[in-house]
Ligand binder design. Sequence first.
Ligand code: A2P
Length: 330
Amino acid sequence: MTSALEKPADLSLLPIPETVVNLYTPKRPFRATVVSKYRILDRSSPNYCWHVVFSLKDSEMVGKYRIGQSIGVMPNGRFNDAAFNYVHNALTNQIRLYSIASASWGDDWKGETVSLCVKREVREDEKTGELVLGAASNFICDAKPGDEMFITGPVGKSFLMPDDPLNHDYVFVATGTGIAPFRGMLIELFNRGFEREAWLIFGVPYSTDIMYDKDFRYFADHYPNFHYITAISREQHNAMGRKLYVQVRLEQNQDSLAPLLEKPDVRFYMCGRKGMEYGIYPWLYRIGSNLVNLPEGLTLEDIQRLPQDAPEWSRIERARDRERLLKETY
Ligand code: A2P
């Protein structure tokens, strides 16, 4: 696993490519082969999450995607399983987007693979109580090395790393599978010789659910400029006895983070559960950060009391510094 983390001595790093999008589309997808996959959650977790590596060989995507972009997967039927496809209505051309979890050179260092972090969607229908299996996530997690599937992309221009990644400090905040792009970004940074500060604050429900924990521990052990902090919402508590979310960790590390966030070249990324921004923006306001500006007529007290569906959030969103505060929540 660590072989994807540190560059083998005999290879040179590929340059960061220009940003291109939609090399492959639903009408003209690429038939990618699954190269390998491995579990990234503790075996005792009730959830199932896989790191899946696809071959891009012979495609126009080789060496062309950037970390921060996404790849579409078309779950057009579970392999040779007509009964499954009938029950789950999976024969669809709709694509499902997944953030790229590898650095821009892939896990093979040649740009010929792309990796995704995929959690199986397994739930019950609220009304009927029937089992619902997410078509795309289970399709990908069931795939075996050698299986083929149609992929599209890359897509996305608004969550990229800067073109000069070594000239910035970073605060990465993730919840759940929102961790995917940060794995690639950290591999990219440390292999390029990153010497500034990088923080990763990662929120998951249970300690069995920390994706890529070994990878992040590896970086934390080898690079003193990397600070890795988890927020285990259902095992740890804040001062009021409530769930411990990522924003509490930000607050607890405020003495280090507030001065870092004042630097003009800092980049603050958040990725994961929709709603995480509503806890993070008030903290940014409280520390006086100019990553987000208070829209006219609103006070910090107003914002701390806003419900998640309040129309004011779209105004707050527009007042964010889009170059320095990058967000992908879903
Ligand atoms: P919880 O589910 O305990 O409320 P998941 O893998 O299920 O997507 O988990 C993502 C993590 O983000 C969980 O720990 C979840 O906590 C947490 N979370 C949910 N809502 C928010 C929020 N508004 N702000 C920060 N973290 C959140």
